[in-house]
Design a protein around this ligand. Structure first.
Ligand code: NAD
Ligand code: 13P
Length: 320
């Protein structure tokens, strides 16, 4: 029987841990090839041929890079991958064009012509690297068998994976929680207390749900109760990198730039939440939804320096 061969595109904080999970399973499961190639981005050689080499003979491609790089990566892979490839995206974010928003899994699907599942969840990479227990959610469109293959290749006793057919809901949860994490960081930086942070998380969850359902009416309520939903929201607001940078931004009174703080505090990791906040805001404007999303809108206005971080608990947030 044919063996499935996996490759991991990305080698950052989460990418390297994802590669470890995959490789530990392919070694032990007969239906998978032992070798798992991982593409490592080289700062000094941006167009090195290793990307094509990593992907060329794999039929299970795992995409796990900061979301702003995925379009360029896909462009390079067009025509360079096999015909029977299945993909999965671990990337939290979206792309917004003049024609509207595009989820990362759709972008991969459209550019490469491959089916693309998603894996999201309460997954701080450092903890999983130490094999501490966590859960994750795979979102798939139709093919449950393919989703089960991804569950097999990622799941371990310390990394419990389940699959749901609500792919848009899973991916939007992972994307939108990064906006709420920025808000939670402001609350922490201003030392507003845990009650305020819980309030921001509640309001944020409501906006995540409302935004997802407006974008895709088929999104299920239950998805928000999976690891990709409430659990990821909690972890990101407690211990994530977006929270950390937003905390420092608020402590500087909005004076230091996010770029400077990202470089100083994240050790090479890329900040996702501020870009996503801008992208979400663009969608709000394109669709004239601003009034329905006071938290998302306020986070953007603070990030762009038009209001101070203390505006995060302005009255209007509590009216819904
Ligand atoms: P990261 O933030 O550690 O990414 C930095 C990586 O990006 C580096 O390896 C760098 O070499 C690479 N890079 C820099 N410039 C590049 C370019 N021009 N093209 C391609 N690559 C470039 O990445 P990560 O933590 O693996 O995150 C990837 C995705 O996974 C993100 O969407 C993130 O939200 C998500 N995620 C992260 C975690 C986590 O704990 N870090 C957990 C769950 C999900
Ligand atoms: P940060 O991106 O805020 O570090 O959170 C990581 C994450 O996505 C946890 O699931």
């Amino acid at each position: 029987k044919k063996k499935h061969k996996a490759a991991v595109i990305g080698s950052g904080n989460w990418g390297s841990v994802a590669a470890k999970l995959v490789a530990s399973n392919t070694l032990n499961l007969d239906s998978f090839h032992d070798e798992v190639r991982m593409w490592v981005f080289e700062e000094t050689l941006p167009n090195d041929p290793d990307l094509e080499h990593a992907a060329e003979d794999a039929n299970m491609l795992v995409f796990v890079t900061p979301h702003q790089f995925i379009e360029g990566i896909c462009k390079r892979l067009v025509g360079k991958i096999k015909g029977d490839v299945e993909a999965i995206s671990l990337i939290k974010g979206m792309e917004v064009k003049t024609g509207g928003p595009c989820m990362i899994s759709s972008l991969i699907n459209k550019q490469l012509g491959v089916n693309c599942c998603v894996l999201m969840g309460a997954n701080i990479g450092d903890e999983i690297a130490m094999e501490k227990f966590s859960e994750a959610t795979i979102g798939y469109r139709e093919d449950k068998e393919v989703a089960q293959r991804w569950v097999q290749i990622f799941g371990t006793p310390y990394f419990r994976v389940s699959a749901v057919s609500c792919i848009e809901g899973v991916e939007l949860c992972g994307t939108l929680k990064n906006v709420v994490a920025i808000a939670a960081g402001f609350v922490d930086g201003l030392e507003m207390g845990n009650n305020a942070k819980a309030a921001i998380m509640r309001i944020g969850l409501n906006e995540m749900k409302a935004f997802s359902k407006l974008m895709f009416p088929s999104v299920c309520d239950n998805t928000f109760l999976e690891s990709c939903g409430i659990a990821d929201l909690i972890i990101t607001c407690l211990g994530g990198s977006n929270r950390k940078v937003a905390d420092a931004f608020a402590r500087s009174g909005g004076k230091r730039s996010f770029h400077e703080l990202e470089t100083e505090l994240l050790q090479g990791q890329k900040l996702q939440g501020v870009k996503t906040t801008g992208e979400v805001y663009e969608v709000l404007c394109q669709r004239e939804w601003q009034q329905s999303f006071p938290l998302f809108q306020t986070v953007h206005v603070i990030c762009t320096g038009h209001l101070p971080p203390s505006a995060i608990t302005q009255q209007r947030l509590y009216e819904n």
